[in-house]
Design a protein around this ligand. Structure first.
Ligand SMILES: [Fe+2]
Length: 366
């Protein structure tokens, strides 16, 4: 192990940052690989202009709130598709997605999910895991909006390592679908299978959700974001990877939940700058006051592709020592492979977002 130090640096990262400098983590493999902390004279996000695609994006999914027949994906790659689905009433058909596992995060609304494995009530803040190939239907009792994260691989829980397996959330908080006898009075029932992004319609003369029992270790389950007990240190800002809720093939899903700010007066109390060179980063803003992001409201998605910096917004950095509690719920998706904006994603982009990081330019125009 070699750990070098050159020029002006603090004793350790994220702590007692030298006056007038801005800390930038240049690291590999998310927050798990080799990394150095660089101390800049200027915030690396104080740019004058950006030309090209490697820039911060913000997408306003409130523009997708009308009823949609299928989930609308805005950011995609071979491992993961991210989008939203708004439903005002249950679809008349059952859904079987064979393009991957589905993770529905209930942003708003309530109801139940019906499936091969039975029913499970849902409410705001639930993460519902639906394994690939499960026949199911979302049955909202009021207008409901879901963040939908379709993963090519399987959703698994993260390893807790030295924290022990009751950390982050106690496995006892997981709720599993219970068999239910569904209506079978109609003469026809339609199943829609999504495979390779294309829909096939199959009609049965009976309700295909006719399972009377099941056993095994693959099933529909859920966890509510409000039940997550965040890992933190009062002395040093921990990397976002400690907030990992699910792991899948080449991506992770993390939950930011309300938590106290670091109380040690020497600790950095806002996220450090980074250019996340091995991962693209997506955040969906669910509830609360998004302290470190200016101009970002509930239901928006930010997308920070690898290569360009992000970190605290100017106002958050200025007020960093006043904030004692972070009152936010947000879902982050970090992907190993680059994401692409779909046409729908491009349509809902807030094009001025990259300017919200500027300090000099904004000061000059006052
Ligand atoms: Fe980040």
């Amino acid at each position: 192990m070699i750990h070098l130090r050159k020029g002006i640096t603090p004793e350790q990262g994220h702590w007692r940052i030298p006056e007038g400098t801005f800390e930038d983590e240049h690291g590999r493999k998310g927050f798990f690989g080799r990394a150095s902390h660089l101390y800049h004279k200027n915030p690396p996000t104080d740019w004058i202009s950006i030309e090209g695609e490697c820039k911060p994006y913000a997408l306003d999914t409130r523009k997708l709130n009308d009823k949609q027949e299928y989930p609308v994906f805005v950011l995609v790659n071979d491992d993961v598709r991210i989008g939203t689905w708004t439903l005002t009433s249950p679809p008349e058909w059952y859904f079987r997605n064979v393009d991957g596992d589905l993770l529905y995060f209930v942003h708003r609304g309530q109801g139940k999910i019906e499936s091969d494995y039975g029913s499970l009530a849902f409410q705001k803040g639930d993460y519902i895991v639906v394994p690939k190939g499960t026949t199911h239907r979302l049955v909202p009792t009021e207008k409901s909006k879901f963040l939908v994260i379709e993963g090519t691989g399987e959703y698994e829980q993260p390893t807790r390592g030295i924290l022990g397996h009751h950390a982050i959330y106690d496995p006892a908080l997981i709720k599993i679908a219970e068999p239910e006898e569904y209506d079978n009075s109609k003469s026809e029932y339609e199943l829609r299978i999504k495979r390779m992004g294309k829909i096939t319609k199959v009609v049965y003369g009976f309700n295909p959700l006719d399972v009377v029992g099941w056993k095994g270790d693959l099933f529909v389950w859920k966890l509510n974001i409000s039940q997550i007990k965040p890992v933190m240190s009062h002395r040093v800002h921990l990397p976002p990877s400690v907030h990992t809720t699910f792991v899948n093939q080449n991506f992770v899903v993390c939950s930011f939940v309300p938590r106290p700010a670091e109380s040690d007066p020497d600790a950095l109390r806002v996220p450090f700058w980074h250019r996340n060179i091995d991962y693209d980063e997506v955040i969906f803003y669910h509830e609360g006051n998004f302290f470190s992001r200016d101009g970002i409201d509930k239901e928006m998605i930010t997308f920070h592709p690898y290569g360009i910096h992000h970190g605290p917004h100017p106002k958050a950095y200025e007020n960093r020592d006043e904030k004692e509690f972070l009152d936010e719920y947000a879902v982050m998706v970090d992907t190993k492979n680059p994401l692409f904006l779909t046409e729908k994603g491009k349509e809902i982009e807030w094009k001025e977002y990259w300017k919200s990081w500027q300090i000099r330019k904004q000061k000059a125009s006052i």
